[in-house]
Write a protein that binds this ligand. Structure first.
Ligand SMILES: Nc1ncnc2c1ncn2[C@@H]1O[C@H](COP(=O)(O)OP(=O)(O)O)[C@@H](O)[C@H]1O
Length: 384
């Protein structure tokens, strides 16, 4: 795959035709789209009219990335998520450290928590590079390492949320039966495999981002990738799309069946079943809502953006619009680190008991040292 470019040829072997202008040899060259000699002079080639992309090579190398929006707005928005995510997930970590992994549900929640914490820790690097506060070398590190980890943790959370939905589905549909997936050891092995799968899948995204980084090339992570790296990046994105939409469709099916069950049980036991019991079942829908709101927009915008990064010749203005769409929806996906603690509070009884227990203990200490203090916070009863 080669692109044709009017270029000051450095090697006669690249030249097909050449003209002498001002004693320099200008040739119509056939270079690999990632030929290193293109990048130092990339700024000179923003005018796409000199480029003929005859075989579907990325035209993104020649399109200047417009970062006016992402430069200011997104660092501020990500700072918000980072602070909130760090506080909520640290609190959750404190509570979960004292909760033994006695059910598959708790195993999945603990893994989501670890994944969210890792994602949260990757955010400051993104803030520094997007805002331009960090050196350009940091952006190369983000492209090669932290952005990959960020995406990895996002997909690990997606699969784990799917497993939670499946777990809830089995609990409600077959409350007395036990499948092998409901076994604690199976859940631990399954989560281990999920981590391993995404680690192996994304490793080439780190390894093959091995082109020499320059202040220009780091602006787009795709420009750091060699040919194989770019193809792998594209393939990973399609695999991840497939995973997301499969999990979403399965979740929808689970919840339709759960909704049917909830409705049937409501009709049968209107008088017997108390309000809080009905709420327990109703609350499982929170997982689907969080899942859909956070991740669906990103997956709609990711396909055209990946195409703009790889093979399709897309107008520069459109490429920039797709980049802004991808960044906005990625921010929404990142808000998941703040939403997951909602799931812990709404659905995990031991979690709320631990949090409340700690609050009561702190309160008792305060009352002990200052007997005039009054309990002014209403603590609501919890359900599992
Ligand atoms: N789903 C994914 N899983 C793992 N790594 C990914 C995924 N999507 C993108 N990446 C990697 O993350 C880095 C940043 O990708 P991307 O956000 O597409 O670039 P840019 O910041 O230039 O828009 C790249 O190294 C890319 O290969």
């Amino acid at each position: 795959m080669h692109i044709q470019v009017l270029y000051l040829c450095k090697s006669a072997s690249h030249c097909k035709e050449h003209v002498i202008l001002n004693t320099e040899c200008y040739g119509l060259c056939f270079l690999s789209p990632f030929h290193p000699s293109l990048f130092p002079t990339m700024g000179d080639f923003e005018n796409e009219s000199i480029v003929s992309n005859s075989s579907g090579a990325p035209s993104s190398a020649l399109c200047h990335r417009d970062t006016t929006v992402t430069h200011l707005v997104f660092p501020a928005l990500y700072t918000l998520i980072f602070l909130l995510g760090l506080i909520l997930n640290s609190l959750a970590l404190g509570a979960f450290c004292h909760i033994p992994s006695t059910s598959t549900f708790i195993v999945y929640l603990k893994n989501i928590l670890v994944s969210d914490l890792i994602m949260t820790l990757m955010i400051p690097l993104k803030i520094l590079t997007d805002s331009g506060l960090g050196p350009w070398q940091l952006k190369a590190f983000v492209c090669r390492f932290s952005a990959v980890v960020f995406y990895d943790t996002m997909y690990i959370s997606i699969v784990l949320l799917g497993l939670i939905a499946f777990d809830r589905f089995l609990k409600i549909v077959r409350p007395f039966g036990k499948f092998w997936v409901q076994n604690l050891t199976s859940a631990k092995i399954l989560t281990g495999l999920v981590w391993l799968f995404f680690f192996v899948l994304s490793l080439p995204n780190m390894i093959f981002s091995n082109k020499k980084a320059t202040p220009q090339s780091v602006k787009k992570c795709a420009l750091l990738k060699n040919y194989f790296g770019l193809k792998w990046h594209e393939a990973v994105n399609y695999v991840c799309q497939f995973i997301f939409w499969t999990v979403l469709i399965l979740m929808l099916l689970f919840y339709i069946i759960i909704a049917k069950k909830v409705y049937e049980s409501y009709m049968k036991t209107q008088k017997k079943e108390n309000k809080s019991e009905r709420r327990i079942k109703g609350k499982v829908f929170i997982i689907f809502t969080v899942f859909f709101v956070c991740f669906a927009p990103f997956h709609f915008s990711r396909v055209p953006y990946t195409l703009s990064q790889t093979t399709t010749r897309i107008d520069c203005h459109l490429q920039n619009q797709l980049f802004v769409a991808k960044e906005s929806t990625l921010w929404l996906a990142a808000t998941n680190v703040c939403m997951d603690p909602l799931i812990y509070v709404c659905l995990c009884k031991p979690f709320v008991e631990k949090v409340l227990c700690r609050r009561v203990k702190t309160f008792q200490k305060t009352v002990h040292t200052n007997p005039k203090t009054e309990l002014d916070t209403q603590m609501s009863p919890t359900e599992s």
